[in-house]
Design a protein around this ligand. Structure first.
Ligand code: DC
Length: 235
């Protein structure tokens, strides 16, 4: 769809959920760019909270300490000059810190805390108030935006996901053994799908996309096709 035609359409919300490392963020980022929408990586927000908890040695079993920490944390998203969304923790760019393996190892535990989720979901809904947003995560179509016009559930084979994540870490100068990446993905899948608060489940009306055998370009084309199919013109 041309930019001109897109401008004549009402903005929608695109909610992308799925397992760790199956291409949600890469797809969501590109789709948002093409549609001229805001892109929000909700996992990055939970990772930023995790960085804070780690740096401040917050005892996650102490509700008071968690509450105090949350009142001291401000997670925000800013668009950089290249048009990419970056995550900030208390005003500082947290992009390189949040992608570290150490953070990946702790984030599932921290993101399972009810109070953490309440604070993040509130911010995520604020960002999506005017629609025109592509957000990826684990509970976007089920909890954050149950009214989203387009809901997707991405999945892929574990080994393929592990290779992709290992390559991503390597690009950030972190060499991690493939077995360790596999263990981390398995652990997070298990934790994310079985936690009490907002577990990762496919929304009833979400469309499944298996990314095992398709390229990023094919994923993006498919999501754009589905998204434009949900758009209605201003009357
Ligand atoms: O998308 P990611 O791998 O960067 O997410 C990191 C972790 O954050 C993931 O293991 C689960 C949690 N998460 C969540 O609980 N809810 C979301 N909406 C997004 C991420």
């Amino acid at each position: 769809m041309s930019t001109q035609r897109l401008l004549g359409m009402r903005k929608i919300i695109v909610a992308i959920d799925g397992h760790s490392a199956c291409g949600k963020s890469t797809t969501a980022k590109e789709v948002a760019k093409i549609l001229g929408y805001l892109y929000v990586d909700s996992g990055a927000m939970y990772r930023a909270v995790t960085v804070y908890f780690l740096e401040h040695h917050i005892a996650i079993t102490n509700p008071r300490e968690v509450a105090r920490a949350l009142s001291d944390i401000k997670v925000s998203c800013k668009i950089n000059p290249q048009g990419m969304t970056e995550t900030y923790l208390n005003g500082l760019n947290a992009e390189s810190k949040i992608r570290k393996m150490e953070v990946a190892e702790q984030v599932s535990q921290i993101s399972a805390i009810k109070e953490v989720r309440t604070a993040m979901v509130e911010e995520q809904r604020r960002l999506g108030k005017k629609k025109g947003i592509v957000m990826d995560g684990r509970d976007i179509g089920t909890v954050v935006f149950p009214e989203a016009e387009l809901k997707l559930f991405l999945t892929a084979d574990l080994l393929v996901r592990a290779f992709r994540r290992q390559k991503e870490l390597l690009e950030r100068d972190e060499l991690v053994d493939l077995d360790d990446v596999i263990d981390n993905l398995k652990y997070r899948d298990q934790h994310d799908t079985t936690r009490k608060v907002s577990p990762l489940v496919k929304a009833k009306d979400a469309i499944i996309i298996d990314t095992t055998h398709i390229t990023i370009d094919e994923q993006v084309d498919e999501v754009i096709r589905l998204a434009t199919g949900k758009m209605v013109p201003f009357t």
